[in-house]
Design a protein around this ligand. Structure first.
Ligand SMILES: [Cu+2]
Length: 148
């Protein structure tokens, strides 16, 4: 009985210590990758999943990278049987939801690579959100045909 009480107290201390370790991360970015492009390509596409763990509506506003002249936020629109890409000025991140950047859908358009990028390389992209935070994310370059 005594031991159980000690264990309970220890558990509570651990939980409180966990809370004290800082605010839970509001935006979590996973499964980042850049699709490898043929040599000389003028643009590459970057993909990821963005989770908004907060209870506020947020938005991704900007992306930039030292490895590219500029980075745009693109959606792919399907008009009848044609596909075209369109730039958007932000990507809404609804509270508690995740947005997928995937081939054929939303993507980061990485324009004007400043160095040759091959599968196995890594690029850093800074993402800026509507709450004023910015986060530096690593995107590994991958061959689209390789299993992931
Ligand atoms: Cu695009």
């Amino acid at each position: 009985m005594m031991q159980r009480r000690v264990l309970l107290v220890l558990t509570m201390v651990a939980v409180l210590a966990g809370c004290g370790m800082g605010e839970r991360q509001r935006i979590v970015i996973e499964d980042t990758w850049v699709r490898e492009a043929p040599p000389g390509a003028r643009a590459l596409a970057g993909y990821m999943r963005i989770h908004n763990h907060s209870d506020a509506q947020l938005a991704l506003l900007f992306a930039n990278s030292a490895d590219f002249e500029r980075v745009e936020l693109h959606v792919t629109r399907h008009d009848n049987d044609r596909m075209r890409m369109e730039q958007v000025d932000h990507v809404a991140l609804l509270p508690g939801e995740a947005v997928e950047f995937v081939p054929g859908g939303m993507h980061l358009m990485l324009m004007g690579p400043r160095r040759e990028l091959k599968a196995g390389d890594r690029v850093r992209v800074e993402l800026t959100f509507s709450d004023g935070t910015a986060t530096d994310v690593v995107f590994p370059v991958r061959d689209a045909r390789s299993s992931r």
